[in-house]
Design a protein around this ligand. Sequence first.
Ligand code: PLP
Length: 371
Amino acid sequence: MNNEIYLDHNATAPVREAVADAMMAALRQTGNASSVHRFGRRQRQLVETARAEVAALLGAPPQNVVFTGGGTEANNLALRGAGRKRIIVSAIEHLSVLQAADGAEIAPVTAAGIVDIDRLAGMMAADGEPALVSVMLANNETGAVQPLDDIAGIVEQAGGILHSDMVQAAGRLPLDRYPMAMATVSAHKIGGPQGIGALVLGRDVPLSPVIRGGGQERGRRAGTENMAGIVGFGVAARLAREQADGNAAMAKMRDRMEARLLRAFPDAVVFGAGAPRLDNTSCVAIPGMRAETQIMALDLAGIAVSAGSACSSGKVTTSHVLQAMGVAADMAQCAIRISFGPGNSDADSDRLIDILRSLRGRTARQDPEAA
Ligand code: PLP
């Protein structure tokens, strides 16, 4: 349907044509990459080509890329496989970090959604063994970009190791300039397929596998390789690296949308507006208009956005990210996330604002108190 508008690229991005083509070709090729015969060797070649592309995205040596079944698994591998007893994670991490690091100490964030560096430094300086610290490069809900260089310095000085979830930053920010020990990336946020990701090691971190079995991925992640997924990921990583400069237009589109939205709804709030943010992401609340209501009205008009984190899809719960930023619960319940991609235009956000305007008009007529 050509009147559908997709504004939920942080949930998943459309698969690129070149990715789909490469995956179809890979599906048509037989062989197990662990086999020594020519069929196996051909598959191995495909895996290693893709590994080199993912490595290049992060500026890491190819042998440091561990393919996993997505970002969630890579985060689990980092936090559970590194064997550190003391773990510190930021309060705004994705649930796959927060849940994998059960019992971790939580580093707070500022009202703009940026990790509080001084508090983190204080935690690192406190007595205790050197910690594994996990801080994402960009937040999936607000887009807030974290000061990873400063954080890396603090962690290094305290003798800890740093993991960064770079799932949302991939394809939107350069990833190859950060000195972290481990980084997580996921194919489906950069135009690759779902169900494939990687943990990329910045240096030689000893890792014990979470998924055990055969010796694939140098003993760090067992299981026959997801060939089509890996091939698609490789192509998506190459395209993300080659096309990482298309973001200025996206920032212009996002800023224009926010300006118009604030003109239409002067009481609306843009979360993290004062922080460095991903160019494509906007998290906004219009007081009195619950997120579910907005999402349903927009969906009826063919427009896709999400409420907070879409990873717990179908269920709208108050965002732990907004909560950590000190946003009041009634405001957080009205927050929607609009995330642009290369296929969007100003007309898309104009249509979104039109729908929200008429929704508020209807709400006001039904319940003058709520408007
Ligand atoms: N980390 C972040 C910041 C995410 O936004 C997501 C997915 O939304 C994940 C991790 C999980 O990645 P995957 O969907 O590949 O398991």
